[in-house]
Each structure stands twice: as C-alpha cells, then as structure tokens.
Write a protein that binds this ligand. Structure first.
Ligand SMILES: C[S@@+](CC[C@H](N)C(=O)[O-])C[C@H]1O[C@@H](n2cnc3c(N)ncnc32)[C@H](O)[C@@H]1O
Ligand code: SF4
Length: 368
C-alpha cells in the first residue's frame, strides 16, 4: 500500500504564540539549510511509501514561510508534484517576492493564519501579525495569482465577546477566501497560555456552543459549505474547494509525514518522528532514519477512528468493513432523537444538522 498524501513539517517560528503546542523551533535561522537537506534525505529513504502520483502535498508548521527563501524554493522544487500543494503562511511573512516564489514553485493553495482581526485579541494570542497584515497578505497572494486561499480563525479567545466574533467573521468574509477554518481555541495542557487563562477559558466554555452555532450560521448564510465540523468552503460551479489534504485524514487515507514531530499512517501502522531537531538532523546526516514512536493500529482501533473522523464530514460514512465499530442500538436511539440519519446508500450513516452541532458527543455514543 502506498500513500497519496504527503505532509512536510517546517518547525521554525519567529516567536512562540502562547496557546500553541505544535512542534516548533524559535530562532536557529542558521539551521534552515541543514533541515531542508535532512527533509530531502528523509524523502529519499521513505520514497517507496509514496504512490507514483500524489493527490496532495501540505507544508505545515511552524511557519513554513519563515524558511530561508532559497531553501524553501529548493525544497518545493524537490518534492513530488501533486494536484493540490498547500503551504501554511503567517501573514507578516507574506511579501510579493514570497508569493511569487510559491507560485513559481508549484504551490496551488495558501492557508493564511489570521486567527482574529481584533488587535487586542491578537495580543492575547501573542500573534505577530496585525489585522492589516492579514488583509495585505491576502491582497499580495491574490495579486500573485492564487485562486485558492484559506483563512484560519480561532474563537473562544479570552476576552472575546460575541460582537468580536461577528466582526471577525465579517472581516474574513469580506476577503472572499475560497476556504475558512474556524477552530475553537483549545487550552493545550502545559502551555503558558493555559496557565494564564485556564480559569477564564473554563468560565466561558458554555458560550462556545453558541459561538460555534454563530460561526456555522454566518458562513453558511454567506454561501459557504459546512463540509467538516470546523471547515467551510465556497461553493463554486465545477470546482471542489474542500481541502483535499485534510479530507484524506478525515476519510482515513494513508499519508506520509516528513520532518520533526511529523506523523505518518500507512498500512495499519502509525509513527511519529522525534520532535527533537538535533537528533533528527544527526540521524539523517548519517543516512539513517530518525527515531520514531511506532504504534500498531489493529482493525477495531482503525474502525473507531474512521467513525470519529468520518462523521465530522457532511457526506455519509459507509459502515461497510467497519465491523462492529458502531452500536446498532445507539444508532436507533440517536435516529429517533433526530441526531443521526441512515442512508442514502445501504449501510451509510451521517449526522443530521442537529447532530453535527453536538458533534463528538454523538459520535462517542455511537461507538460500540
Ligand atoms: C499549527 S498552526 C500553524 C500555522 C501558522 N504557524 C500560524 O500560526 O498561523 C495551524 C493552525 O492551527 C490552529 N491552532 C493552533 N493552535 C491552536 C489551539 N490551541 N486551538 C485552536 N486552534 C489552534 C490555528 O488556527 C493555526 O492557524
Ligand atoms: S506561529 Fe503558528 S506554529 Fe508558530 S508558535 Fe505561533 S501558532 Fe504555533
């Protein structure tokens, strides 16, 4: 079995945002070239895990667009081509030169981390970009010819009121991105953010259901398709603007991840590469695979994951081949409550709109 989806992790960031627990490296600009070299060595070692033709490549971070431009270009040119090539960009890093570099290197889609348009909320998040950076970055990317742009928003930021959320949604919609991801702020254990704001986040937890409903209402009303719990795309004749890369995760497809802390799932096994930059570089310099944590995924685990992830989508999930993962009595009960619907095909199941608002709670009840 070979993967048709490739994730590449670029960990470098200019500073660390308090809420973030992704694998990031602050500073260490001098190591960009060595890191790209290591990524290419890792790609050569893992190449046989990839299908001859890829559907998606995703460069995520960290801040991929902080990478030294010549190194970023070298990396992009050496990666296999794919129908969708996405790069995550932080707004303050986007210049006309960077946008041209991305376009000339085969990137088809850029995902811009806006998070909010309210200066005081961006400060709470410890973001570097100001609202005007987001608007400017967006215009620069459009000017360079990108016709598939995504914006990331976060809601549930300490101090955010409902009018802030509405203002953020209006600002995002005014830019007319093809895709919007709107995530509820997660208090990651151990981050200094959770330490500083944990109590307030707990206090406002109840309001989050209303915020979520508001996000869905505003974006669907503006014509966006709510195709995954936190993801929306513009409906466009003849163009499917869902993220092909993320769809692959939600549909349980295999993917290969390269870089520090990257996760791969292939043929029933999942592994996570060491998050330690030094060890990663040393291993690949010696032509060896970096350390990894390996997890076997037995069929029942894979089936439960398929249910948990598949039901986040607005398309029916086929239960064929998922064995006893779903509890038949729970399906009947939740169907009577109007939270799940069977069909349209045989053995297919989806959450209803009400079920989707309740999300994970319904899905967990479905699992046998
Ligand atoms: C890992 S970040 C990398 C992208 C880029 N460096 C940035 O900051 O925009 C990818 C996205 O995950 C989301 N994210 C990160 N930490 C989060 C958290 N604690 N809760 C909710 N969303 C989060 C943000 O919307 C962010 O744009
Ligand atoms: S820029 Fe993005 S990846 Fe880097 S610390 Fe901030 S949220 Fe995390």
């Amino acid at each position: 079995m070979s993967a048709r989806h490739l994730y590449v992790h670029l960990p470098f960031c200019a500073s660390r945002c308090g809420y973030c627990d992704f694998v990031t490296v602050v500073g260490q600009e001098g190591r960009h070239a060595a890191y790209v070299e290591a990524l290419l060595a890792e790609l050569a070692l893992e190449r046989t895990a990839l299908a001859p033709r890829l559907e998606s490549v995703f460069l995520g971070g960290g801040t991929p667009t902080l990478t030294e431009p010549a190194e970023l270009a070298r990396l992009l040119r050496a990666l296999p081509t794919a129908e969708e090539v996405t790069v995550e960009a932080n707004p303050e890093t986007v210049t006309p030169e960077l946008a041209a570099l991305l376009r000339d290197s085969g990137v088809t889609r850029v995902s811009l981390g806006a998070q909010s348009f309210q200066p005081r909320l961006l400060e709470v998040l410890e973001r570097r970009a100001r609202p005007e950076d987001v608007r400017r970055a967006f215009a620069v990317l459009r000017e360079a010819g990108f016709d598939n742009l995504s914006l990331d928003l976060i809601y549930g930021i300490p101090g955010q009121c409902r009018c802030d959320l509405d203002a953020d949604l209006s600002e995002a919609l005014a830019l007319e991105p093809e895709h919007i991801s709107a995530y509820e702020l997660e208090a990651k254990p151990g981050t200094r953010f959770t330490h500083a704001h944990g109590e307030e986040l707990a206090r406002q937890a109840e309001a989050m259901e209303l915020y979520f409903e508001r996000v869905v209402e505003r974006l669907t009303h503006a014509g966006y398709r709510w195709y995954e719990t936190a993801n929306f795309c513009r409906s466009s004749a003849g163009r499917d603007l869902r993220s092909r890369h993320n769809l692959a995760y939600w549909r349980g497809r295999d993917y290969l991840g390269l870089g520090v802390g990257a996760v791969s799932t292939i043929a029933g096994r999942r592994w996570r590469t060491t998050p330690r930059l030094g060890r990663y570089l040393t291993a690949l310099r010696a032509g060896e695979r970096p350390e990894r944590e390996l997890e076997e995924l037995p069929l029942p685990v894979r089936s439960s994951e398929r249910v948990l992830l598949g039901l986040r989508l607005d398309e029916p999930l086929s239960l064929a081949g998922l064995g006893d993962a779903v509890d038949a009595a729970a399906v009947e009960r939740l169907e009577r409550l109007g939270l799940v619907a069977r069909g349209p095909g045989e053995d297919e199941l989806a959450l209803t709109e009400r079920g989707r608002f309740l999300g994970g709670g319904v899905t967990t009840e479905l699992l046998a």
